[in-house]
Design a protein around this ligand. Structure first.
Ligand code: PAF
Length: 320
């Protein structure tokens, strides 16, 4: 075991761990101390939505690891990998203070912070054979969840869920959490990860946490910071559209045609908003539904605004 527990000077700081060796040491100590570990995978640029995932992890696990890693394999070459906000010091501050150096402390005692550990690996440690967004040049092992990755978000982002499934598998293998926490905002991601865990027999439980919203209903997202002042108000068109459909559903409407008509009307009325897709899908198979049956449905969509692409969803009589 490296270092000694010394929480007297900056006891509100999570441990910042970059290396796999330090993480493994910390994890072994947690196991030996009989502590349960919760993991919240993120790409950083933390907002209250992420913090609610961490808070949930805190209520059900002894120790909480927040992963902060902008994963190249879930971006296409034309997407915003380079511009994606990287705010590690701010993120650490939100999780409880400026981080300690893991070389000094890798024991598994709780820090008194929202998160006990921030795991921020390098590309080299996560992708030992290197990583590029150009798929034909990629080397090494990748994970695909077939049947759930090509529709909805997968239509315009065919690389996305392969990248997510790959990094989530790697992070679960590295952190070896007892529980993982994902946000409902990325509903398809939740369905894909649930299938990944089941199909690869990963020994971890998954919890999906309700979407955190701004006061006007806009789903919190790290990409909301791309929105200009003029775009901010019309950005809630997607949420309003989903809400209109949800209200009709709660009043008894089950037909796709009627629900989509209501949602489409809301989006067409908003300036600067172009609809990429609206989906009414079965909550486990993600098959598009003509009518909502007893399993319920995920109603979801994506809109493009000049500065950002936004996604959102609501659950109609189901859970993820
Ligand atoms: O939801 C996200 O932020 C990412 O897709 C995830 C799960 C951290 C994988 O990079």
């Amino acid at each position: 075991m490296l270092g000694a527990t010394n929480l007297s000077d900056d006891s509100r700081a999570p441990l910042l761990i970059h290396s796999v060796a330090d993480l493994r040491r910390w994890r072994r100590n947690a196991l030996m101390a009989g502590k349960t570990v919760g993991m919240v995978p993120t790409m950083g640029a933390l907002h209250d939505g992420h913090l609610n995932l961490v808070r949930r992890a805190r209520t059900s696990c002894d120790l909480v690891v927040v992963c902060i890693y902008v994963n190249p394999s879930q971006f296409a070459p034309h997407e915003d990998l380079d511009q994606y906000p990287r705010t590690l010091q701010q993120d650490i501050a939100l999780l409880g203070g400026s981080a300690k150096d893991a070389a000094r402390q890798t024991d598994a005692s709780a820090t008194g912070c929202l998160a006990d550990v921030v795991f921020a690996p390098s590309n080299e440690s996560v992708y030992p054979d290197g990583i590029t967004t150009v798929r034909k040049d990629q080397r090494g092992a990748f994970v695909e969840v077939l049947g759930l990755s090509h529709q909805m978000e997968g239509v315009t982002r065919p690389h996305f869920f392969r990248g997510v499934a790959t990094i989530v598998t790697k992070l679960i293998n590295l952190v070896q959490p007892d529980r993982v926490f994902f946000g409902q905002k990325d509903a398809q991601q939740c369905v894909v990860v649930r299938s990944l865990i089941r199909n690869l027999c990963l020994p971890v439980e998954m919890t999906v946490v309700e979407t955190t919203r701004e006061q006007d209903g806009l789903a919190m997202s790290s990409r909301n910071r791309y929105l200009t002042a003029e775009e901010r108000q019309p950005a809630i068109a997607l949420y309003k559209a989903l809400r209109r459909a949800q209200t009709a559903y709660l009043e008894g409407e089950r037909r796709r045609s009627a629900l989509m008509e209501l949602a489409n009307a809301e989006i067409s009325a908003a300036p600067n908003v172009s609809l990429e897709y609206l989906s009414l899908a079965h909550p486990r198979t993600l098959d598009e539904l003509d009518n909502i049956g007893e399993d319920g449905a995920i109603i979801s969509g994506a809109i493009r605004m000049p500065s950002a692409r936004l996604i959102d969803n609501l659950l109609l009589g189901c859970e993820l």
